[in-house]
Design a protein around this ligand. Structure first.
Ligand code: UDP
Ligand code: MG
Length: 314
């Protein structure tokens, strides 16, 4: 299999048929061997029934259905797990992404990249509640992860499958895959893609999502730091702070003994106590982080979704 397209679906009954057709038509113009994996994230409308009908007629359409709504990231993760393609392309199920961009993403990937991230240069969403928060979130993510993209939130991306192996997604983390991948040496680039307004159904997200994204950014920053071991990260600052505390303590003693300075209410004394205390705190934090990192890595078996039905999948 050359290509797997992964589409999270949550109450998109007005969109699934048109989406299926536009993917099929866009790829008919290529000779690619591909599959489309729709992941129904606990829809309460007729999305699943409609998709099942489509899958009955086209074996290239595969279908997973969750027991309940687990969120877009979990739906994408399930699709990635089931995908057999050498290249994996996730896209939204509401026709806001354009399947006609798929061949362009692939061409860019074949220039020698491991990740091509879509950039909704002309984003067709509301300005105040969507575009402004995104702008802020994007610049923050760019600064904190050191991977500079304009549009982390665009679902439409192309990955070589090796890149996704070993990246465990949860929360809002699907948007951080390029950053996590780049950290293990993947070559990441971006490509402007078409973006269309949502014509049918409603967006499942508002401004609260940006807050969740920012909080998850902290986790990602932390995970990226884990590759250098928490004790190394915090311990280094702990040792610097302890050294500063000793220096400050030494000065205090020297002043007291040799210069006979009164230490009564002297700020140096407070500084010394503060630095020694902080130094110990940092080191303990590093140890806790280390323990936590270990728990994190050892608990990877935990599923972030539960599957109810599978169609056209072994
Ligand atoms: N989605 C999902 N589970 C959810 C919320 C959304 O699978 O809990 C899907 C949704 O059906 C769509 C994609 O994720 O295919 C993006 O959602 P939406 O269009 O609502 O987000 P927006 O484009 O407004 O950011
Ligand atoms: Mg949308």
């Amino acid at each position: 299999m050359e290509l797997s397209i992964v589409v999270p679906i949550y109450n998109e009954e007005e969109n699934v048929a048109a989406l299926y057709e536009s993917i099929r038509d866009a790829l008919a113009r290529t000779s690619l061997e591909y599959e489309t994996i729709f992941v129904d994230d606990g829809s309460s409308d007729s999305s699943f029934t409609l998709l099942k009908g489509i899958a009955a007629q086209d074996q290239r359409v595969k279908l997973l259905r969750f027991r309940r709504n687990f969120g877009q990231t979990a739906a994408m993760a399930a699709g990635f797990d089931a995908a057999t393609g050498a290249v994996i392309i996730p896209m939204d199920g509401d026709l806001q992404n354009d399947p006609a961009d798929i061949p362009r993403l692939l061409a860019k990937l074949h220039e020698g990249y491991d990740v091509v991230s879509g950039w909704r240069k002309e984003r067709k969403d509301t300005f105040i509640t969507r575009k402004i928060p995104s702008l802020l979130a994007n610049s923050l993510i760019s600064r904190l992860t050191g991977v500079h993209l304009h549009d982390y939130g665009c679902t439409l991306k192309a990955y070589r499958r090796e890149v996704l192996d070993g990246i465990n997604l949860y929360g809002e983390m699907h948007r951080f895959v390029p950053a996590l991948a780049s950290q293990v040496g993947a070559k990441v680039t971006e490509l402007p893609v078409n973006h269309r307004p949502r014509l049918y159904g409603t967006s499942k997200y508002g401004i609260s999502r940006t807050l969740r994204v920012v909080l998850d950014l902290m986790t990602v920053k932390f995970l990226m730091a884990y590759s250098t071991k928490p004790i190394q990260l915090f311990g280094k600052w702990g040792i610097y702070t302890l050294l500063a505390g000793c220096l400050s303590g030494g000065t205090t003693l020297y002043m007291k003994i040799f210069e006979n300075t009164s230490m009564n209410r002297n700020p140096l004394l407070i500084l010394t106590a503060f630095l020694l205390f902080m130094g110990v705190q940092f080191i303990v934090l590093g140890l806790l982080g280390e323990l936590n990192a270990r728990t994190y890595f050892e608990s990877q078996g935990k599923p972030i979704y539960v599957i109810r039905d599978r169609v056209n999948l072994g």
